[in-house]
Ligand binder design. Structure first.
Ligand code: FE
Length: 164
């Protein structure tokens, strides 16, 4: 089966540079080792990114993005209690910065993403990204790196750290 022919809602078209993949709630085009991704209205961003990494066997990489969202849940990690607290913001916001990386844990895609977003008062909030839903569009560039980076839980820190 061709690498690009998975999923029932996949439409494939191509120009001389690369194929375009149309999926449920997002589309992307690969140029070299970079995936240019459009996440569509009402789609949860992390779900889209995990699917893209899984279907393209991306096991190490870098993510940057901007866009417009209607909801975001941020986490804050307390290093003393080793626990995350979470807060959800249901409002229209601009993603001023979406940053993160792709690795692997226990054979599964592992995304670590942080986001800053600004609302109608132009003030920015942010944190460890738990989930976020698009209001208009979100533009993400995912750079795929050859090889793989694993993760392992650290009892000392309380987080899944890069494991080399
Ligand atoms: Fe984090």
């Amino acid at each position: 089966m061709p690498a690009f022919a998975s999923g029932s809602n996949t439409a494939v078209k191509a120009d001389s540079y690369g194929a375009v993949m149309n999926k449920d709630g997002y589309s992307y085009k690969k140029l070299g080792n970079k995936y240019f991704i459009r996440v569509d209205k009402d789609t949860e961003i992390i779900r889209a990114l995990k699917e893209i990494c899984a279907e393209n066997n991306i096991t190490a990489g870098e993510i940057t993005g901007i866009g417009a969202i209607k909801s975001a849940t941020f986490g804050f990690f307390n290093p003393e209690t080793k626990q995350y607290s979470e807060k959800t913001f249901d409002e229209y916001m601009e993603i001023t910065s979406l940053l993160g990386n792709v690795s692997q844990k226990d054979g599964e895609v592992y995304l670590h993403l942080h986001m800053n977003a600004s609302g109608k008062d132009y003030k920015t909030i942010g944190g460890h990204l738990v989930k976020s839903t698009v209001s208009a569009t979100c533009e993400i560039i995912l750079t795929s790196q050859e090889g793989s980076i694993g993760r392992k839980f650290s009892e000392d820190i309380g987080l899944n750290l890069f494991d080399f």
